[in-house]
Design a protein around this ligand. Structure first.
Ligand SMILES: *Cc1c(COP(=O)(O)O)cnc(C)c1O
Length: 798
């Protein structure tokens, strides 16, 4: 039993009332949901602070190795509900709020999502922070405190329209501003070299100020810190200009500085190559490394000890300047020899690769790098020269070639360990992009399959299923998710029925939300077939809409047949500049409009696309899903984590052998997974066929019918040519092999229909999916990093 559970409702009542009165300055009679949310948040935060201090004290005392997780993105979502669940205060707070006619759910939903990330990569960082706290691994997350997170999505005439996100327009109760933790981050200017010693004279400087958020682990036993950097001007404003009347110009330095933490770049896989982005990456990296060195030097005076006390994880290449920056600080500021500095830096650094898509591998022109970070350009060139000398690599394996700095190569060369994020992805890394580097630096590449935190993604988001699990195997699975295996020992008609009831309750709840927000009535007994993720061609939402259209056709041809009713649910944002992805969004909405208004098929097929997919929507939707669509072109999805959340929540997967799908299938059993499509090898083979799209289309009457309907403007009579570009793209390019996998997908969906119709069989498959999902806890992933990458120890219970 954790300490928090013994906190009395009386104490909570008193503290909430105290914060309502004295922090919010509100009388109960006039307090809004917002006031209550703030009062509850401050109350819960106060309870975390003690364990937070205790964790810091213990880390200093034990001189433990600290882990620093550097990430440009942390897709956190709501904080209060997570803290309440981890502290086990759910019931007490609910009770206290009810006395004043408030519901905890309303209070929780008043909080805006902290959307400081685009998708999987940022959400992974958030799950990792929570697992590091749960495991008592002393750690800091370092990121940027974007004033505006990922844009909000609306649909206008079916098209995606972006509006700015504004989560900080009200006070953020979870952060502590640290005016004293402040570092100068330099940019531009020139470098003087005298007697072999380089001195950088920057032309611009910006202040990085720390904002700390405690991240509490399961049962409140340990808390780590998420430290986000906000950009501030080094000089407030130009008083001389202000006094002379030029008020706009006077404020320019301040505005310029603040741009650095103004907004998150909305591209999730493409590399944008913009100066501001490079500055953001350096801003995060430099502030974090200065902070790490300051903390280290407050405890130790021998910099050689750094690799024993500090492990730095680079989440993708975005913080890959950590290598050159750490060398710069050690050599230019702390006066170390180059060789020693480089060895120390390499001993601390590790790099996680997240994608093999060529358009996503970051590159910066040497011109831009040299202009924005002249000293780093010199350091990178020396690292490159030594890399070249040591490995005798061909020119295209150098960090700098064709006037570009290749950040993947830089990160690889400067890291102790380089990891992929699923078994397949790590293998493909060794066979493709990093094949030569793997030979040059054998053993450096290893695998750490991603995971998700079961506290947020099961306990919190799916109380109905959690209750069934606890009633069946007892508590304790929340931080020992392998225990879900025990569910199979309890397989019985009763357990299957209980799982089914929990799922149905979640579907009804989601249906109510859709009714209230979109005015559509869903049938909770229909199969909820869900594809939610960023919209990207490689994820193949297009394959799914094509199947939807083919299904509609088939039903219309034979409406009296024994159809399995389905609700096709889509969710996801496209990068604002990604034209094809936006076309796909529009197509889904056009299809939804027509299909949902067909009286002949309405009871058998509905299409729903709620706007603005985010963490909170995922928490609402995943527990209600029967079928999880994980249908990327094999070899393109590094891991996926959405796929894991669905499995944990008792949705069956229809998927390709891609990313972590491969391991999910192994853990739940091949007979409990709907596999279809080409393998990664077959995909490569298929690309060699110049007419792969056309020949696949000609082989499928169903696909031809779908494409013909799009050609005729069947879903958009007001502008029949709307999808001609998309059609041309499909017939002549089809870069992600939608046509080539279409028939296999259709056939597999027929099997899914049959399985769903056999309730008992389906329920048995659901049971085996939940029971097999324990491996996909991010606790398992973090243990892997602690043992194989960071060499870090838990300080809990010591
Ligand atoms: C889990 C998650 C993702 C990642 O989903 P994938 O299907 O793995 O791409 C993206 N966005 C949100 C909001 C998530 O919760």
């Amino acid at each position: 039993m954790n300490a928090m559970n013994t906190l009395s409702a009386d104490l909570l009542r008193a503290r909430i009332a105290q914060h309502l009165t004295y922090t919010m300055g509100k009388d109960k009679a006039h307090a809004s949901t917002y006031d209550w949310r703030m009062a509850v948040s401050y109350t819960v935060r106060d309870l975390i602070v003690d364990s937070w201090f205790e964790a810091t004290r213990k880390t200093y005392e034990e001189q433990g190795k600290r882990v620093y997780y550097l990430s440009m993105e942390f897709l956190i979502g709501r904080i209060l509900e997570d803290a309440v669940i981890n502290l086990g205060l759910h019931e007490q707070i609910e009770e206290v709020l009810a006395e004043d006619g408030m519901s905890l759910m309303d209070v929780v939903e008043n909080e805006p999502d902290a959307a400081l990330g685009n998708g999987g990569l940022g959400r992974l960082a958030a799950c990792f922070l929570e697992s590091m706290s749960t495991l008592g691994c002393p750690a800091f997350g370092y990121g940027i405190r974007y004033e505006h997170g990922l844009f909000r999505q609306r649909f206008q005439g079916g098209r995606q329209v972006e509006t700015p996100e504004d989560w900080l327009n009200q006070p953020h109760p979870w952060e502590f501003e640290r005016p004293e933790a402040c570092y100068t981050v330099p940019f531009k200017g020139h470098v003087d070299t005298r007697d072999g010693k380089a001195t950088w004279h920057p032309a611009e400087t910006v202040l990085a100020r720390a904002y700390d958020t405690p991240v509490v682990g399961w049962q409140g036993k340990w808390s780590n810190t998420l430290r986000l950097w906000g950009a501030h001007p080094t000089e407030l404003f130009d008083l001389e200009r202000f006094n002379s009347g030029d008020h706009t110009a006077a404020a320019a330095p301040e505005a310029l500085a603040r741009t650095l933490s103004r907004v998150l770049y909305p591209e999730d896989t493409t590399d944008s190559g913009k100066e501001l982005r490079l500055k953001q990456e350096y801003f995060l990296t430099s502030a974090a490394l200065q902070d790490i060195l300051r903390r280290f030097l407050s405890e130790y005076d021998d910099l050689s000890l750094l690799p024993q006390k500090v492990a730095i994880q680079m989440n993708d290449t975005h913080p890959a300047l950590a290598g050159p920056e750490l060398i710069r600080l050690l050599v230019d500021v702390h006066g170390l020899e180059w060789d020693r500095a480089k060895t120390i830096a390499q001993g601390c650094l590790n790099y996680t690769n997240h994608t093999l898509l060529p358009e996503a591998l970051e590159k910066w022109s040497t011109w831009l790098m040299g202009r924005v970070l002249p000293r780093h350009m010199q350091i990178i060139e020396r690292i490159d020269a030594e890399h070249h000398a040591a490995t005798d690599c061909p020119p295209d394996l150098r960090i700098v070639h064709h006037d570009q700095v290749h950040m993947g190569t830089l990160a690889f060369v400067m890291a102790s360990h380089v990891n992929g994020v699923s078994a397949l992805h790590s293998d493909l890394m060794k066979q493709t992009v990093f094949a030569d580097l793997d030979r040059a630096y054998p053993g450096r590449i290893l695998n750490q399959t991603n995971g998700v935190t079961p506290r947020r993604w099961l306990k919190l988001s799916n109380p109905a299923l959690s209750q069934v699990i606890t009633e069946t195997i007892g508590t304790g699975w929340e931080d020992d998710l392998d225990r879900l295996k025990e569910l199979t020992e309890h397989d019985s008609p009763d357990l299957r029925a209980a799982l089914r009831r929990a799922k149905r309750a979640n579907k009804v709840a989601f249906g109510n939300w859709v009714q209230a927000n979109m005015g559509l009535t869903l049938d909770p007994d229909a199969m909820f077939d869900v594809q939610i993720k960023r919209v990207h061609e490689y994820k193949r939402q297009l394959l799914n809409v094509f199947e939807t259209i083919a299904r509609w056709n088939a039903i219309r041809k034979n409406p009296g047949a024994d159809w399995t009713p389905r609700v096709k649910i889509f969710g996801g944002k496209a990068a604002p500049g990604y034209f094809t992805a936006k076309e796909i969004i529009r197509l889904i909405n056009d299809v939804a409009k027509v299909v949902n208004n067909d009286p002949l098929t309405r009871h058998l097929l509905q299409v729903v696309y709620p706007a603005n997919y985010n963490v909170s929507m995922a928490q609402r939707l995943i527990p209600a899903a029967d079928l999880s669509e994980q249908i990327s072109t094999a070899g393109k999805e590094a891991s996926g984590t959405g796929n894991m959340k669905f499995t944990m929540n008792g949705a069956l997967t229809i998927g390709t052998l891609d990313g972590a799908n491969v391991e999910i299938r192994e853990h739940v059993g091949a007979e409990n997974f709907f596999l279809f499509g080409m393998t990664a090898d077959e995909v490569l083979e298929r690309y060699r066929k110049p007419d792969h799209a056309r020949s696949a289309i000609m082989a499928s009457q169903e696909l031809q019918d779908v494409l013909q309907m799009l050609a005729e403007g069947r879903f958009n009579p007001e502008e029949p040519t709307r999808y001609h570009g998309l059609l041309d793209h499909t017939w002549n390019h089809d870069p992600f092999l939608v046509a080539s996998d279409f028939s296999a997908f259709l056939a597999c969906q027929t099997k899914v229909d049959a399985a769903y119709a056999d309730t008992d069989r389906w329920d048995g498959m659901v049971l085996r999916n939940i029971a097999g999902s324990g491996y996909f806890s991010s606790d398992r992933t973090i243990r892997g990093y602690m043992e194989q990458v960071w060499d870090a120890k838990s300080l809990l219970n010591r």
